[in-house]
Write a protein that binds this ligand. Structure first.
Ligand code: ATP
Ligand code: MG
Length: 140
């Protein structure tokens, strides 16, 4: 497997509980490197377009409200097979289904307030990274 980059968000439920460092520790313990990071407050437009694939789902409005309810930390992670590796570190969408030791098992509050986002494909990772970072902000 090759070196890849993936996109991560530490969500508002986690920043509110001061868990940025604890989540970063899990990311780094897995061998992934945080090669870009910034704390932002997403606008409704940003959150709405980021989750546009879920526009028809019943939870879309609440999801946008949640993602704009406080600061988030957007990140670029780099490492071996990073897209799948980070999905593994995150755990299942619903923390009730997440494996022991994963970020969501340990920290998520609910299926919505589940502490982190990670890209679901290499193609989406590239799109999402470009959306939030310029090349000179990414230092590998
Ligand atoms: P993410 O895209 O944030 O990494 P994911 O890929 O595990 O999460 P998706 O199916 O893409 O899961 O859902 C995107 C986000 O929408 C979830 O992380 C969660 O915050 C929210 N969500 C998903 N399903 C539900 C649901 N049934 N009810 C409420 N919120 C949900
Ligand atoms: Mg997803």
């Amino acid at each position: 497997m090759a070196q890849q980059r993936t996109f991560s968000i530490i969500k508002p439920d986690a920043t509110r509980r001061n868990l940025t460092g604890a989540i970063n520790a899990k990311i780094e313990a897995s061998g992934l490197r945080i090669i870009a990071q910034k704390r932002i407050h997403m606008t409704e437009d940003q959150a709405g377009s980021f989750y546009a694939v879920h526009k028809e789902r019943p939870f879309y409005g609440e999801l946008v409200e949640f993602m704009t309810s406080g600061p988030v930390v957007v990140q670029v992670l780099e490492g071996e097979d990073a897209v799948a590796a980070y999905r593994g570190v995150m755990g299942a969408t619903n923390p009730a289904d997440a494996d022991e030791g994963t970020i969501r098992k340990e920290f998520a509050e609910s299926i919505e307030a589940n502490s982190v986002h990670g890209s679901d494909s290499l193609e989406n990772a590239e799109i999402e990274i470009k959306h939030f970072f310029t090349e000179d902000e990414i230092v590998g």
